[in-house]
Design a protein around this ligand. Structure first.
Ligand code: AHR
Length: 308
């Protein structure tokens, strides 16, 4: 175990000499999240790290408990995917006091003290929202009544995808968001909220913007149950680019997905490796992962090459 790097070698109780790395995940509520978890676990195994895993079942209080417990165990580093942006200062301070370095992965934390974590690695979720808005405005020729399915409240991708989309349509007076509600990044909740939107607005709805693919797939089910054709009667754009979204595009039920790559494990573990070898100063404070946009027309050609 390397010392002098913020690692705490004394009491984690790891297997042999392997560094003990903790990963505090948000939950297991959709395909993207499960791919993200697998990526982190595999990347830790590739580096030979002893990974301790906890997931918060979509609740910040559970994540905070798990995080504190890893601090008490004196692990060598903690990777945190925070369910919401705020409310982390106390536990991050605890980790800092114990000299346990923290890597923030996927979602951002909002803190005035940036020294509480070493580095942040994740997708550019604001740009994802902008790309979705730009794509939809073009597709609809600048005229559409849109309903929005948001992610869980307070999460950085929810905030950014909400704002990024609005920036993209700011000069499009014909694009009107007629309803916007959280579907919690879940398929079942996306379906439920879309059913309520359809009940209230019916044929008025021209398009759906979903903050993730799972909610879009829930919305597709609701649209079909209402006797309408998804992607034809109602245009649908979402974010993530999971396999199920590509399948829906191949089936002609989803128009577009803006990629958000969950395969972040290798980048996280490279950061951990640098930190543990005393090279934390070589890391950028923020690393944003580049993403692409995929339309229905390309789906059949690229689906086999998709890795998640
Ligand atoms: O933080 C990334 C987002 O979180 C993904 O878009 C979503 O599917 C997940 O729950």
């Amino acid at each position: 175990l390397i010392v002098g790097c913020g690692g705490s070698s004394d009491n984690a109780g790891g297997d042999g000499d392997a560094p003990v790395i903790a990963f505090v995940q948000t939950g297991a509520d959709n395909d993207w999240r499960n791919a993200h978890t697998v990526s982190v676990k595999e990347a830790a195994a590739d580096k030979g790290y002893d990974l301790r895993f906890a997931e918060g079942q979509s609740k910040q209080e559970n994540q905070i408990k798990a995080f504190s417990s890893f601090v008490n165990q004196g692990v060598d580093a903690i990777i945190l995917a925070p369910i919401v942006e705020t409310g982390w200062d106390n536990v991050l301070e605890k980790a800092k006091k114990r000299n346990i370095p923290v890597v923030i992965l996927d979602r951002k934390v909002n803190t005035d003290d940036e020294s509480l974590y070493v580095t942040y690695i994740g997708a550019d979720t604001y740009t994802e929202g902008k790309k979705a808005g730009k794509w939809l405005a073009e597709k609809m020729g600048g005229q559409a009544k849109v309903v929005e399915l948001q992610g869980n409240p307070g999460a950085s991708p929810t905030i950014n995808r909400f704002n990024g989309f609005r920036e993209a349509i700011a000069d499009q007076s014909g694009i009107e968001i007629i309803a916007s509600q959280s579907g919690e990044f879940r398929r079942s909740k996306g379906k439920e909220v879309m059913e309520a939107f359809l009940k209230k607005y019916g044929d008025e709805i021209d398009a759906v913007y979903a903050h993730n693919d799972d909610m879009a797939i829930g919305a597709i089910q609701a649209i079909e149950d209402a006797g309408m054709k998804p992607a034809e009667d109602i245009v649908i754009v979402s974010v993530d680019g999971v396999r199920a979204a590509f399948e829906a595009m191949v089936d002609g039920k989803l128009n577009c997905t803006v990629e958000c790559n969950p395969l972040q494990g290798p980048l996280a573990m490279e950061a951990v490796e640098k930190i543990l070898s005393g090279q934390a100063d070589q890391l950028d404070k923020v690393t944003l992962i580049e993403d692409s946009v995929f339309e229905m027309e390309q789906a059949a050609d690229v689906i086999e090459s998709r890795k998640y």
